[in-house]
Design a protein around this ligand. Structure first.
Ligand code: ADP
Length: 265
């Protein structure tokens, strides 16, 4: 019954949203048509100076609309994950540049993977995407600057330890936990309740789609893990992704020297 209730709440949210999207999309089209109309009249009367301003406005609106459909498609497609062992320590170290470019100068970036970080079984591209989404949300929550940190922990969880985690069976299971923490605005209880709903956003039209966290959530669940959020209004937010440990990284119990690399000798 609870699952049913959740399903019907979801459908209601989808209905509200569709309306919201149509509204946003309409605004973008209105912008394009308005600009085109001005361009047409200016062309007819030969007033060409300053025309590029309207051309840029039309292009900008069209780009925002394209961005919105792109994200909607990516969201509805929900491609199957390409699950492989991912070296999480390596991945987040390699993402430093990407993070840096997405942040403002007033944000201090700390990337601190655990030295003994386990590998995770997940989709490398989608994990990268999810982390970038979290970093951008963190940036938006710190308009006056602050600190963004990315840490990892190896955790062994028993069922119920992290309630939001999708868990099969009763055994304990190993996870790689990746926490993205900011010192930003934090969220109120009302906002916190809704953040995973697709299309829920508190950002202005054109800036937020409300798809970021619902995609992160779907991805983590599909990976066999989950997401946990801790947030304090005025203090900041920590979002932790739990991804199942890959055993592919564990060194087999073979004495030194017994492993001969392929192609060697
Ligand atoms: P979007 O970023 O497009 O709004 P998301 O699904 O990523 O969509 O986020 C939904 C909402 O959750 C945001 O609009 C914001 O209100 C809130 N939020 C997400 N991450 C943070 C954060 N790190 N700090 C404060 N609020 C956040």
């Amino acid at each position: 019954a609870e699952a049913q209730l959740r399903q019907s709440q979801k459908m209601e949210a989808v209905g509200q949203l569709t309306g919201g999207i149509a509204h946003d999309f309409n605004n973008m089209l209105t912008g394009i048509m308005g600009a085109l109309d001005i361009i047409k009249r200016r062309l007819a009367s030969g007033r060409l100076e300053g025309l590029d301003r309207f051309m840029d406005a039309a292009t900008g609106s069209a780009q925002r609309a394209a961005g919105l459909t792109h994200r909607l498609l990516a969201f509805s497609r929900r491609q199957p994950l390409d699950q492989k062992p991912v070296d999480v320590r390596q991945l987040i170290t390699d993402m430093r540049d990407l993070f840096d470019r997405s942040l403002s100068e007033q944000i201090e970036l700390l990337i601190r993977p655990a030295p003994d970080c386990w590998a995770a079984t997940t989709d490398l591209n989608q994990l990268e995407n999810a982390l970038l989404n979290l970093a951008i949300n963190a940036r938006d929550a710190m308009p006056d600057g602050g600190q963004l940190s990315v840490d990892t922990r190896n955790v062994t969880l028993a069922p119920g330890d992290v309630p939001s985690l999708s868990r099969r069976g009763q055994e304990t299971q190993d996870f790689v936990a990746i926490t993205v923490r900011d010192t930003g605005t934090g969220m109120s209880a009302e906002i916190l309740e809704k953040v995973f709903e697709p299309f829920f956003t508190t950002k202005p039209i054109g800036q937020g789609t409300g798809l970021g966290l619902s995609m992160v959530y779907g991805f983590a669940q599909q990976s066999g893990g989950g997401v946990e959020i801790e947030s304090k209004l005025g203090q900041g937010t920590a979002i932790t992704l739990y991804l199942p440990r890959s055993l592919a990284d564990s060194t087999p119990d073979i004495p030194d020297g017994a492993l001969v690399p392929a192609g060697a000798g």
